[in-house]
Write a protein that binds this ligand. Structure first.
Ligand code: ATP
Ligand code: MG
Length: 434
């Protein structure tokens, strides 16, 4: 993509209304634009990151055996009256009426709708177990939308729902999602801490939140330092034993920690840090299948209500969390897996015919090799181009200037470390295409 054709409103000024670094950088790097309180337009660069995150979330859901569908954002209030949640949900639910005066709402979540869809489509034990998911916009009229996409009102969520014949099956579905979450966050370059979450009146021990450690997180966490020893490779190869190891280590939100009389972790190993909740998995049994009358015939002919769980990931919030975890003074440092482009190609002298010719040629070769490249072909000072590339945080910068060309070299800079290296065009291509 040529920058002269792109839409990338990068700004030098720090936006006054942004309090935390990820929000500031998302505005400065031209990823998002606020259109109303807690509601954002995704600009081209931000949309590419959002799609990359979505793709990884999707791959891991599919790998875990979940099946994708798509439910609408608008729902009928009657659906929620069936579960009794229409009145219970409160002011976070955005309620509206259609032209026939029917009560509608913008979905804050989809338990009711998926339960009804499943009820219509499943009859017997052969239709279970199933995990269904979608990636769809949600609306919650948060009292205090803040921190940009971190706590928005409209936000993108992946929500999955499992249906099982018995509690044992539910436990297996829960574990499959747990593994998917560990792998998803690891692939996004994040270290996520699973925190035991309260299950409320439903009881049981199957509820965990996944938190990214960051000083700007809204939650206060207490956890066993041994959690930090779990490596990325452990997470990528996660199985039931990884879950047992992780859930065996103490990790609680402040409110729950305060209720623990005897903390099992010795003081020198107890860490206290803040966290950003990026995912929440929860087994709630027959709560919705019973209230909404889902009946499934078992092998021996009796009828049961399926055991259900729900599994959310804050896809749009993750962008904020990734930036909180990965940035420096100059701007964002994207992990390779989600970067909007892999390479930023800089033509240092757009007014120099030979330099432009060489940069154009290199751009063509990168495109041909399938390397996603943002090409700064603007007629601007080198300094301004470096600043733009640093703030938008692409993993690699490839710099073409007249001095280097005389020696037959270009410069390759790794954004994360700032390391620079001079090499021939051929070696640069070979490196980046790999
Ligand atoms: P929170 O405690 O942060 O309000 P929640 O418990 O209401 O989260 P869930 O209902 O479990 O969240 O939703 C699943 C995921 O959706 C959360 O883990 C979070 O990552 C994301 N999420 C929830 N609310 C928002 C929001 N207002 N803006 C962005 N993402 C959100
Ligand atoms: Mg909430």
């Amino acid at each position: 993509m040529r920058l002269t054709r792109y839409f990338l409103p990068v700004t030098k000024e720090t936006p006054a209304d942004a309090q935390i670094v990820s929000h500031k950088l998302m505005l400065r790097a031209g990823l998002i634009r606020q259109t109303a309180a807690g509601i954002y337009a995704w600009l081209p660069l931000g949309l590419r990151v959002l799609k990359n995150i979505e793709a990884i979330v999707r791959e891991e859901q599919n790998r875990a055996g979940a099946v994708e569908l798509l439910m609408p954002t608008l729902q009928s209030a009657d659906l929620w009256r069936q579960s009794g949640r229409y009145d219970a949900y409160g002011p976070e639910m955005l309620r509206l009426k259609d032209r026939h005066d029917r009560d509608m709402l913008y979905g804050p979540t989809n338990e009711e709708m998926i339960t009804l869809i499943f009820k219509d489509g499943a009859r017997s034990y052969r239709d279970l177990p199933r995990i269904l998911y979608h990636i769809q916009w949600k609306f919650r009229d948060e009292v205090r939308p803040r921190f940009g996409v971190m706590r928005g009102r409209e936000f993108l969520m992946k929500d999955a729902y499992s249906f099982d014949l018995d509690e044992d099956g539910l436990r297996k579905s829960y574990e499959a999602m747990f593994v998917a979450y560990l792998r998803t966050f690891a692939r996004l370059g994040l270290q996520a801490v699973p925190v035991k979450a309260p299950t409320g009146p439903i009881g049981g021990d199957l509820s965990h939140e996944f938190h990214i450690l960051a000083d700007t997180g809204e939650s206060a966490l207490f956890y066993d330092a041994a959690i930090e020893e779990v490596t990325r490779d452990d997470l990528l190869s996660a199985d039931a034993s990884t879950i047992a190891r992780l859930t065996g280590l103490y990790a609680m939100e402040e409110e729950e920690h305060a209720k623990v009389a005897d903390c099992p972790v010795p003081a020198e190993r107890l860490r206290s840090r803040r966290g950003i909740e990026v995912g929440h998995i929860f087994a709630f049994g027959t709560k919705y299948s019973a209230s909404m009358g889902v009946s499934i015939q078992t092998k021996d002919g009796s009828q049961i209500h399926p055991q259900m769980g729900s599994y959310g990931i804050g896809v749009s919030r993750l962008i904020g969390a990734i930036i909180e975890a990965s940035h420096d003074e100059a701007g964002i440092v994207w992990p390779e897996s989600v970067a909007p482009f892999r390479v930023g190609l800089i033509n240092m002298r757009a007014d120099d015919a030979a330099c432009t010719h060489a940069a154009d040629r290199l751009y063509g070769q990168l495109c041909e090799a399938g390397v996603e490249t943002l090409y700064d072909d603007r007629d601007e000072r080198g300094g301004a181009k470096f600043a733009t590339m640093d703030v938008i945080g692409l993993p690699w910068q490839l710099i073409v200037g007249p001095k280097g060309l005389e020696k037959g070299v270009v410069e390759l800079k790794r954004r994360a470390t700032g390391e620079r290296e001079e090499l021939s065009v051929e070696s640069a291509l070979a490196r980046l295409a790999g």
